[in-house]
Design a protein around this ligand. Structure first.
Ligand code: ATP
Ligand code: MG
Length: 300
């Protein structure tokens, strides 16, 4: 596991003012103690920690399933090319596919827009015993929609519900939604993969340079990059308003993929450990039935 102090540095304290500039985007500045390691050495250590945590996560998921009281919702938010897909692939590669579900949220459909904005996310929540991964989430409704408020025009919201308090009301909705999930046994773990503008540029250029990465490039990504500052502001506002005791935000460096993956895996494992999961114990009559079954099998 990583050190508690390191994780604390990337956890958004509920009620605190959030400035993304205060959070490092890559390894070099990541931690005073880490700076003593060379980058290569740190990378090696991180690979080991990730490997251990992958195994831990597989066991934790099995416990979650056997225990059958809690579920885990992992929310991944980020600017384009920050590495959401790669993080999911690397962190969850050891987990039983039956125990986890990934949902990616794109522009809402006409049917989705005909409902309240939380409807489509509600439908995709993980059942007890499962880990649900939201690749983008209900936070888009206070991020992309806040940066492009004209998106609300297609939603048929009544005009009188689009007043001055609109965004604060939405943060309230999200906090209440997550409180509801928490009270019902769902642990929400929220990550913002914090990539720098310079690193995004590099990754976009790589997508253009390499034939097998062309499919990943979309002109729309470039259009959104032009709104970089507005997105950073929207993220700061959203993270500040919705980091809570039971569902804090983790602002994870995303310029170095190995840092992102190691930290995300570590945080998920830690959070599952706090649930105090246990394998169910059988009542005495059920245990007696097991003994009967053993006797029958042994007598064959
Ligand atoms: P990748 O590019 O790696 O495939 P992605 O998550 O960027 O993954 P895209 O299909 O490129 O997927 O983009 C999805 C788009 O849908 C994003 O621009 C996102 O902002 C937008 N989107 C998601 N939720 C909403 C929403 N509630 N309202 C409007 N737009 C949304
Ligand atoms: Mg995209």
């Amino acid at each position: 596991m990583l050190r508690d102090k390191l994780i604390e540095r990337f956890t958004v304290v509920p009620g605190s003012k959030v400035r993304l500039k205060d959070f490092p985007t890559g390894f070099d500045e990541a931690d005073e103690d880490l700076r003593r390691l060379t980058k290569n050495k740190a990378k090696e250590v991180a690979a080991d920690v990730l490997e251990q945590n992958r195994a831990e996560l597989a066991t934790a998921q099995e416990m979650l399933y056997a225990d059958d009281r809690y579920s885990v919702l992992v929310v991944l938010q980020a600017m384009d090319a920050a590495g959401k897909d790669g993080t999911i692939k690397h962190v969850f590669s050891g987990v039983n596919p039956q125990g986890c579900q990934v949902f990616s949220f794109k522009k809402p459909s006409a049917e989705e827009l005909d409902h309240n904005f939380l409807w489509r996310y509600m439908k995709s929540l993980p059942e007890r015993g499962r880990i649900g991964i939201f690749n983008r989430s209900y936070y888009e409704d206070v991020l992309v929609v806040k940066v492009h408020p004209e998106l609300l025009d297609s939603g048929n919201l009544p005009d009188e519900r689009r007043g001055r308090k609109f965004w604060n009301d939405r943060y309230d909705d999200l906090n209440n939604f997550e409180k509801h999930l928490h009270r019902n046994g769902t642990t929400v773990i929220k990550f913002f993969l914090n990539v720098s503008k310079a690193q995004q540029r590099k990754r976009f250029l790589k997508r253009l340079d390499e034939d097998d990465k062309h499919w990943k490039f979309s002109a729309a990504d470039l259009a959104e990059r032009a709104h970089w500052d507005a997105y950073q502001q929207a993220y700061e506002d959203a993270i500040e308003a919705t980091s809570t005791e039971h569902s804090p935000w983790y602002v994870v460096p995303a310029d170095d993929k190995w840092v992102t993956r190691t930290m995300v895996a570590d945080i998920i494992v830690r959070r599952i450990h706090t649930l105090g999961l246990r394998y169910p114990t059988l009542p005495p009559d059920a245990l007696a039935k097991l003994e009967e079954a053993r006797a029958k099998l042994e007598a064959e």
